[in-house]
Design a protein around this ligand. Sequence first.
Ligand code: PEP
Length: 247
Amino acid sequence: MARQFFIGGNFKMNGSIESIKKIVENLNNAKLDPNAEVVIAPPALYLLLTREHLRKGLEVAAQNVYDKPNGAFTGEISAEQLKDSGITWTILGHSERRTILQEDDAFVASKTKAAIDGGLSVILCCGESLEEREAGTTVDVVTKQLKAVADKVKDWSKIVVAYEPIWAIGTGKVATTEQAQEVHAAIREWLKKEVSSEAAEKTRILYGGSVNEKNCGELAKQADIDGFLVGGASLKPAFVDIINANS
Ligand code: PEP
């Protein structure tokens, strides 16, 4: 079964009204692979601006969501509020939130469930540190992160998994095609055993970590790489070439 190629752009805490309008304009005017699903994630402050200006067919994601629908949670945003504002996706479990903001597997799982219950789709990030890779525990680390979600969410049709080795994020050090494919295949195998054969067949597994217009072509050819979550390069015009990597 062919899985639709998916490209997410994670702007992180970058951009301004002017620069985000330029990125959106560039995407609106570009010739994009009609078979690719494209979702961009600006900082929360610019979500509405992005939704307002971005052409139909391209979607907008938050970079985070809280795990309650409303209430006294200063500074947080719920899935329901995002949905109400036309935002259909959220990134969750990004390594920067896991490490800098100390989000653990259980909290990421709780937020994933809340996002789906609130009507959003989720780009669920997982990935190992350099020490964990060198210790040979990559697959254990990644599947433990995913298991926390599987304990709370049975239907994975609203989840896209992003495998992002921490040592490759923002470092310019991209995983080799073999390293990425090996982990993607292990994640698919794990989905088959722990979730369902259907989830294993249908779930898109993205690679993230220093993807650029030069390395995306080879990565996209791998059997279990169904697209990319792109950080730094999603702010540049070359993001269009990454979107078109599979065309
Ligand atoms: C990311 O932050 O999800 C990411 C993959 O970043 P970069 O592409 O800059 O490595």
